[in-house]
Design a protein around this ligand. Structure first.
Ligand code: CP
Ligand code: NVA
Length: 302
């Protein structure tokens, strides 16, 4: 059941004003300008079909800080892992909890959960996208560099789920996004076309050096995501896309480096960059907590 239920499924499914309000709320929560226990008496179900550190801990801590509670279902320990349908799981969980977050291998399962449940569903990562992460990343950019509107971000590496949410964000938050990805690992052209048809300025460039030239922010992610099997083939393709000091030197002097984590140090990024003065990766991780509180409040209270 969708109707008036407030799902947080993907950045292309929410309007710019809603996303901006959630970012501003996340910033206010972090500043301590907002407090209270608005989720007292409410429980969030967290379904994990894949591993997680940040998403699990930030949702659990965030929900509790807002006065609510959580129940965690790891796939092997629930009937979902034995083949109970997503639709039936959604109908049952909706009788117990106020909202459901899912990390799954399938965007279809996310959509089915929203279709058959009657409570808000939050996307905690699929093979297609990772919207909560990019909300935290936009918040982090703005903390360090001011409004992201009109600024330039470079994505260097695999055109994966995180890249797709960055593309959605480029349209919704009106920044320019340059992507340098191996031909075989580009994000779907349809996603780029959607962004550019919705006010975005998203384009592929032919090299990491071209992508980072004069940008405000350089972003990368692991070369081998949780849904990937072809590790050695990917690493061979992505070796020229490692973010090191030489590549960062092409960005603006005050440019920041972002990575959603977990990082594979020495693969997509060097120790010198991730531990260096331009890296804001720990702020990104912290901001998952603040932005997810704002997302939960938007889903359940506003
Ligand atoms: N960035 C992120 O989602 O991390 P986890 O896989 O640890 O949740
Ligand atoms: N692209 C990575 C992100 C992990 C948070 C993955 O899907 O494994």
């Amino acid at each position: 059941m969708t109707g008036s239920v407030r799902h947080f499924l993907d950045l292309d499914q929410l309007d710019a004003a809603t996303l901006r309000a959630i970012i501003n709320h996340g910033l206010a929560i972090k500043r301590g300008a907002w407090s209270g226990k608005p989720l007292a008496g409410k429980t969030l179900a967290l379904i994990f079909e894949k591993p997680s550190t940040r998403t699990r801990v930030s949702f659990e801590v965030g929900m509790r800080q807002l006065g609510g509670d959580v129940v965690v279902l790891d796939s092997p320990g629930s009937q979902l892992g034995r083949g109970e349908t997503v639709g039936d799981t959604a109908r049952v969980l909706s009788r117990y909890v106020a909202a459901i977050m899912i990390r799954t291998d399938s965007a279809t399962k996310l959509a089915e959960l929203a279709e058959f449940g009657s409570v808000p569903v939050i996307n905690g990562l699929t093979d297609r996208s990772h919207p909560c992460q990019i909300m935290a990343d936009v918040m982090t950019f703005e903390e360090h560099l001011g409004p992201i509107k009109g600024r330039v971000v470079a994505w260097v590496g695999d055109g994966n789920n995180v890249a797709t949410s960055w593309i959605h964000a480029a349209a919704r938050f009106e920044f320019e996004l340059r992507l340098a990805c191996p031909e075989q690992l580009k994000p779907a052209q349809a996603v780029v076309d959607w962004a550019n048809a919705n006010g975005g300025r998203v384009r592929f460039v032919s090299s990491p050096q071209e992508a980072v030239a004069g940008v405000d922010c350089v972003v990368t992610d692991t070369w081998v995501s949780m849904n990937h099997q072809d590790r050695s083939e990917r690493i061979n393709l992505l070796l020229p896309y490692r973010v090191d000091d030489a590549l960062m030197a092409g960005a603006k002097p005050d440019a920041v480096f972002m990575h959603c984590l977990p990082a594979h140090r020495g693969e997509e990024v060097t120790d010198a960059v991730i531990d260096g003065p331009r890296s804001v990766v720990w702020d990104e991780a912290e901001n998952r907590l603040h932005i997810q509180k704002a997302i939960l409040i938007w889903c359940l209270v506003d």
